[in-house]
Design a protein around this ligand. Structure first.
Ligand code: NDP
Length: 256
């Protein structure tokens, strides 16, 4: 299906590479104009250029989404160039792994600022624009670690679980304004983040736990993001769609 997001304007955070980049281009391929916010300004601009080649209005803005002083100006620029914000994909995330007993408070705070604080700041800016039209879609990227424990991921998992509660509260508060707020929970996806933080042995061990027998790729998430950004999901809010190759369904064993 094509053009499901024709005439819509979307902001994607952390869209300079990885999952965010794939989602930004996935929304653009369905007709959305996009603003890509990323600390990596070159990555953001490269993603925007690719969407521009599809005929979209697209801008890449070098933005640190943990900095409360940068977010309002980034959204102001997005609204100036795209006219409005119909869709926000809160995607930025960092993963800092260490055993709990050695976990630094600095990494804890950095994880909360990036994975939760930025979602709050960006959702507030986006929603303030959306309420004017009584319509909008906010999609928050969580993770399967919001549901199942992964040793060494104390801050990451806390933020990803927090995103689900955050999503539900926003869904209730923004429903009267016609704004849907949902989350996507990816399973293991092969991106730079995963390649950097996982050794080969861990990667294979995790792959063996996925019923579909393979790691996810960024393209596997596009369908869910487009659906939750489009009018097809207008009566869905406060939900989490896990895109994990069956990972969360396989509690005990994946074979009989
Ligand atoms: P990547 O690390 O590949 O990409 C993250 C992007 O976010 C990078 O471009 C990075 O910029 C940018 N970024 C980081 N911090 C900031 C900041 N403060 N301000 C602006 N931009 C920032 O991550 P993934 O694509 O793998 O992950 C995307 C999301 O998906 C995250 O929320 C992650 O938790 C989630 N997820 C990922 C899974 C996976 O297996 N990969 C599984 C489940 C969930 P820079 O290059 O400058 O660091």
């Amino acid at each position: 299906m094509k053009d499901r997001l024709q005439g819509k304007a979307a902001v994607i955070t952390g869209g300079g590479r990885g999952i965010g980049r794939a989602l930004a281009l996935g929304l653009a391929s369905e007709g959305a104009d996009i603003a890509v916010l990323d600390m990596d300004g070159a990555g953001a601009k490269a993603a925007a250029a690719e969407a521009g080649d599809m005929g979209r209005i697209a801008i890449g803005l070098k933005t640190d989404v943990t900095d409360p002083t940068q977010i309002p100006s980034a959204f102001k620029e997005a609204v100036h160039r795209l006219g409005k914000v119909d869709i926000l994909v809160n995607n930025t995330g960092i993963a800092r792994y260490a055993p709990f007993l050695e976990y630094s408070y600095e990494d804890w705070k950095k994880s909360l600022d990036t994975n939760l604080g930025s979602y709050f700041l960006c959702a507030q800016q986006a929603a303030r624009n959306m309420v004017e039209r009584k319509r909008g879609k906010i999609v928050n990227i969580s993770s399967i670690v919001a549901q199942v424990a992964m040793p060494g991921s104390v801050a990451y998992a806390a933020t990803k679980g927090g995103i689900l509660s955050f999503t539900r509260v926003l869904a209730l508060e923004l429903a009267p304004y016609g704004i849907c707020v949902n989350a996507i929970g990816p399973g293991p996806i092969l991106t730079d983040m995963a390649q950097k933080t996982l050794g080969e042995e861990d990667r294979r061990a995790r792959e063996a736990m996925i019923p579909m027998g393979r790691y996810g790729v960024t393209a596997d998430l596009i369908g869910a993001a487009v659906f939750l950004s489009s009018s097809e999901s207008d009566y869905i809010t406060g939900q989490t769609l896990f895109v994990d190759g069956g990972y969360l369904a396989s509690g005990v064993s994946k074979k009989f």
